[in-house]
Design a protein around this ligand. Structure first.
Ligand SMILES: NC(=O)c1ccc[n+]([C@@H]2O[C@H](COP(=O)([O-])OP(=O)(O)OC[C@H]3O[C@@H](n4cnc5c(N)ncnc54)[C@H](O)[C@@H]3O)[C@@H](O)[C@H]2O)c1
Length: 438
């Protein structure tokens, strides 16, 4: 295919050279004449392992070239890929002016391009940018309609400098956000050499995935370092600790605990986090990320409370008391905090939890429940139907399988607040269904 690559920085250069190596006809566009001259002379404008060879081969074979003049580049291509920079402003916000400028140029050129063309955003931009800012610019400049006359994709780049070519050719994640299927099909066709099927999704999801990856990576580095500092101060080798941690692919390096939902609770996580934080404090070790976890978790419970308050309804039915299904351990269950707060604010709360047999609760578990919700016996319902009957708002707080039928029981005017994602399947209309993180 014929591909125009706008921006010959780390991302654009690697992509242009790899596409040319795969046999595509690639023309790079950059406002920097030095980069363009270098590339046309077969020299890589950036230092990246293996790139010099690819650029040199690409230019020699006539598959790779560059220009400062964007005009007519679009007309000669099937796809335009935008790889220009999106740096931070002083206040941390993202500068997307270069991407917008390129969209204006591509849009202007699209006016005179009768053939179907796909515009691909490879630069990192915040969710909603492509739909809210870039497509309108493209449509205005071209006088044509996205999804009809031209296609649009968001194709985040996950390469790391230093291993960029390997990351490009063998990515761990390959995501195509598409305006419509046709756009995604055209883009996917240029990636035939990549040994991984793309995950095809919406433009916004693709934008968000990129930020999630980088936030996750940054968080992992800081987590490892904070743990390492506490370990060292306790006479333990932090690197050995983290190596051991990473060998658990069931709970540690796994999707477990990575699903947006309700706050954590239970008898261990809050207690053990408090204890290790106290030890860090005793040893004068600053661990701001670990120190912020409980606060963030508490804030999440407050979010759930606000969701109930915003409904304007006062009869609340809570499904699930324990912090997860299949246990009667209610110690530090965030649902107890939710219920306690709602009762304190005058809400009429009813509760259903099949696993909590009040008569059988003993010790710390029983004490926690009775302290949090003193008249709990009078609030418990014997069945889901009874609870649904007596409530105007339903709150699903854990994943118990018997809650899956709840959406089917919701009557008109009733609202279901889903804290775990059990009823995401679209059974309920938007006004009646609210998910906490979706
Ligand atoms: N560098 C990385 O490792 C990396 C990895 C993944 C994603 N990204 C993202 O990819 C995007 C590009 O990053 P980069 O590091 O390659 O940027 P960069 O700063 O190295 O290169 C950007 C290039 O765009 C050119 N440019 C600016 N305006 C232009 C215009 N109007 N027309 C043509 N060219 C223009 C610049 O001259 C420059 O050569 C950013 O959004 C970045 O966040 C970067």
């Amino acid at each position: 295919m014929k591909v125009a690559v706008f921006g010959l920085g780390y991302v654009g250069c690697v992509m242009a050279a790899c596409l040319a190596h795969d046999g595509h006809q690639v023309l790079g566009v950059d406002i920097n004449p030095t980069k363009v001259d270098l590339l046309n002379a077969g020299q890589s404008p950036i230092l990246e392992s293996g790139l010099q060879e690819l650029v040199s081969m690409g230019v020699q074979s006539g598959k790779l070239g560059a220009t400062v003049d964007h005009q007519s580049v679009v007309q000669q291509s099937d796809i335009s890929v935008i790889c220009v920079g999106t740096p931070s402003r002083d206040n941390g916000s993202l500068r997307v002016e270069d991407v917008e400028h390129v969209c204006e140029q591509i849009g202007t050129d699209l006016r005179n391009t009768p053939a179907y063309h796909v515009v691909v955003v490879r630069s990192t931009v915040l969710p909603g940018t492509v739909e809210g800012r870039l497509i309108p610019i493209l449509e205005l400049a071209s006088g044509r309609k996205a999804g009809v006359d031209f296609g649009v994709c968001m194709n985040p780049e996950f390469l790391r400098e230093g291993s960029a070519i390997r990351d490009y050719t063998q990515p761990g994640l390959f995501v195509i956000g598409e305006l419509d299927q046709r756009s995604g099909d055209v883009l996917q066709a240029i990636y035939q050499s990549i040994p991984l099927s793309p995950i095809r999704t919406t433009l916004r999801t693709a934008e968000m995935v990129k930020y999630t990856c980088n936030a996750f990576h940054a968080m992992k580095v800081v987590f490892g370092n904070e743990i390492g500092m506490i370990a060292k101060a306790n006479g333990v080798d932090g690197q050995e600790v983290m190596q051991i941690i990473c060998q658990d692919h069931h709970l540690n390096i796994s999707p477990t605990y990575l699903r947006p939902g309700f706050a954590f609770g239970g008898s261990c996580l809050p207690k053990d986090l408090r204890a290790i934080l106290y030890r860090a404090k005793e040893l004068d070790i600053d661990v701001p990320m670990l120190g912020s976890i409980l606060q963030s978790n508490h804030g999440h419970v407050q979010t759930a409370i606000r969701m109930v308050e915003k409904t304007g309804k006062h009869k609340v039915g809570v499904l699930g008391l324990s912090f997860k299904p299949g246990t009667d351990d209610v110690r530090e269950s965030p649902t107890i905090t939710l219920i306690e707060t709602l009762i304190g604010r005058g809400y009429q709360v009813r509760i259903f939890d099949q696993t909590i047999q009040l008569a059988r609760l003993i010790g710390a578990n029983k004490a926690f429940l009775e302290k949090g919700i003193p008249h709990i016996t009078t609030l418990m319902c014997g069945s889901i139907d009874e609870l649904v009957d007596q409530s105007d708002v339903l709150v699903v707080s854990n994943h118990s399988p018997e809650f899956r039928d709840v959406p089917g029981k919701v009557r008109p005017g009733q609202i279901l607040i889903d804290l775990v994602g059990i009823a995401k399947d679209g059974q309920l209309p938007e006004g009646q269904y609210q998910g906490i993180c979706w």
